[in-house]
Design a binder for this molecule. Sequence first.
Ligand code: SF4
Length: 447
Amino acid sequence: MPLTGIAIFKLLPKTNCGECGVPTCLAFAMNLAAGKAELSACPYVSEETKTQLSEAAAPPIRPVTIGVGDRALKVGGETVMFRHEKRLENPPGFAILIKDTMQESEVNSRLERAKLQYERVGLTLRPELVAVQNESGDAKKFEALVNKVKQNSDCSIILISTNPDALASGVKACADRKPLIYAATKENLEAVAELAKENSCPVAVKASNLEELAELTTKLNEAGINDLVLDSGSRTLRQALEDQVIIRSTALNKKFRPLGFPTIVFPCEMTDDPMKEAVIASIFVAKYGGIIVLSDFQGHSLFPLLVERMNIYTDPQRPLATTEGIYDIGGPDENSPVLLTSNFSLTYFIISGEIENSKVPSYLLVKDTEGLSVMTAWAAGKFVADAIAPFVKKSGIADKVKQHKLIIPGYIAAESGGLEEELPGWEILVGPREGAHIPAYLKAQKS
Ligand code: SF4
């Protein structure tokens, strides 16, 4: 049984030093019991206490890593039902399905599509997994395909079969990549458990309902296998979604360890319509897929899924922010215009993109507004004359340009008077309100 907050409190140093981020040991104990804190945050817990608290300190949903190195995917480790409670920790991975019955040309093109990637707000968005399925029933064919995937993709690998011999052949080909073995079932549990243990690989467990799933994970835990991924077996959207919610809620709210693992879902087996499949996948990004297996990757459906995932898994307490400073766009010189914006990443990328579109080389001053957008930062008093002027002086931009003209966003036009007072020698120009109007504005300034 997990320990209560009071039981944990009794084991803590009770000095209320606050180094764990909350003011008292009691508050820390309560957070720990609720799975909202990690024991490592308290530097004063003895080794003996750590052992005693290990169960309480373990995340209610175990983090599981698939693959190795930079491309390894970590899923699970979640501590909340809803993003606004704290944040969601580990984004789900997207897998492309490749079967050993497919033509070589199809396999090759899917391996190419597994490399799709996009730049957005300074981040590289890409899928992480290739799911290799032994549909032929031929272990040798399966092994050959796994080998090919390993040689042609740096994605992490899922091996799909219910035949332990085929899985063993697949693992033989890529054991060094620590693949996810899919799946242990009621019928093959012992053989797959043995294979996973020998190769230290994570295992997906597939059952026909949640009760059976809990029984199987308990057996695997007793066999010493702890890195598990859950498949409740449902292949209708309604049932699969219900299962995801029950698994998450039972693990977090009831601290039910047998379901305290990340999940794998198969939109590819829920519909034949690619657009419907993308919509189903988007539902599991929000609730609560750990690995989402798609029948194929196409840019027009993959990109929105990657962006949705990025948005949902961004820490709501820390907006994506760009570093404060002077950004050179298009090779500016001493006669180039100087624009100002906030450091909310999306704002920065929109404004810098529009300046690039204008083909007018410019300096962009990005002021640290704690990741808030222009209007929000202005309303919060972080993007007003008193805050902007010291930044402009300190930035060194005055040494880079001959004409001291600063173009501020149209939305903070009210600050222009204050800025002229605070920045003697600078002329303050009010730029457009919308980023899309920047190219025309800069061209007009130039002429
Ligand atoms: Fe208590 Fe440890 Fe937190 Fe200090 S860091 S308040 S000792 S739990």
